[in-house]
Design a protein around this ligand. Structure first.
Ligand code: ADP
Ligand code: ADP
Length: 230
């Protein structure tokens, strides 16, 4: 099992009160899956994504990532796991404006200490893989939104993460460009990459091979739609 969440709870302090946001999440994700987590605004999607992405820790519960319980790690250990295991894709791309596509994609490998020649070879291959072989020297403002998101996807894959974690990856794109990004996720998943998309967009959720819903801090059981249809 790549990801196992056991009774994950998260609450935030609000004055003297603890406000529960996640109220006991259980979720297993196997290597090679393509999962969407959907839920209305305020349902706790970002909170859950931050925990799965090792950006934040749960208040209680266990989180096994590749078999290691990361729920209790300190911030530094969490950051190390995060850099190795998680590739992030954000709504707003978050590219370095002054760097070209190649430099943006190489950056995570710089932090990881990969030798410079290897960085360049792999980043070039990844940019070719996402259809941007001719744009490697373009800066973000010379690229369309969809192209920028594909640079961000290549960057996310640079350190060979266990999982590609995308938060509203099409939220800043028009329908057609968003479609290209979703098609790319499907291709990458078919090549074996594990994809987890967090979205409030039903169209995006429908494209995943498994869809789980977050409501009021709990995951709805995945069989409920089937059962209610019987
Ligand atoms: P979503 O991503 O589904 O919109 P969030 O995880 O951002 O949901 O937020 C869920 C709830 O938790 C909201 O009520 C939000 O205001 C609250 N919340 C999120 N982060 C914090 C925080 N750092 N401190 C206090 N409350 C928070
Ligand atoms: P989204 O719904 O798109 O995730 P939000 O505006 O809810 O965006 O949250 C943006 C950031 O602010 C998140 O990192 C979230 O954890 C934090 N946040 C949300 N609500 C609160 C809050 N009430 N207090 C403090 N931080 C919050």
């Amino acid at each position: 099992m790549l990801i196992r969440l056991e009774n994950i709870r998260k609450s935030y302090k609000l004055g003297n009160n603890e406000v529960p946001v996640l109220r006991g999440i259980d979720l297993d994700i196997d290597s090679g899956e393509y999962v969407a987590i959907m839920g209305p605004s305020g349902s706790g999607k970002s909170t859950l994504m931050n925990i799965i992405g090792c950006l934040d820790r749960p208040t209680s519960g266990n989180y096994y990532l590749n078999g290691n319980n990361v729920a209790t790690l300190d911030r530094k250990a969490l950051a190390q796991i995060r850099n190795r295991e998680i590739g992030f894709v954000f709504q707003q791309f978050n590219l370095m404006a002054r760097s070209d596509a190649l430099e943006n994609v190489m950056l995570p490998a710089l932090y990881a200490g990969t030798p410079s020649k290897e960085r360049k070879v792999r980043a070039t291959e990844l940019l070719e893989r996402v259809g941007l072989g001719a744009q490697i020297q373009q800066r973000p403002n010379q690229l369309s939104g969809g192209q920028q998101q594909r640079v961000a996807i290549a960057r996310a894959l640079m350190n060979r993460p266990s999982i590609l974690l995308a938060d509203e990856p099409t939220g800043a794109l028009d329908t057609r460009t968003g479609e290209e990004v979703l098609a790319l996720f499907e291709e990458l998943n078919a090549e074996g990459i594990t994809v987890l998309v967090i979205t409030h967009d039903q169209e995006v959720g429908n494209r995943a091979r498994r869809l789980v819903r977050l409501r009021d801090g709990l995951l709805e059981t995945e069989t409920s739609q089937v059962m209610s249809a019987q």
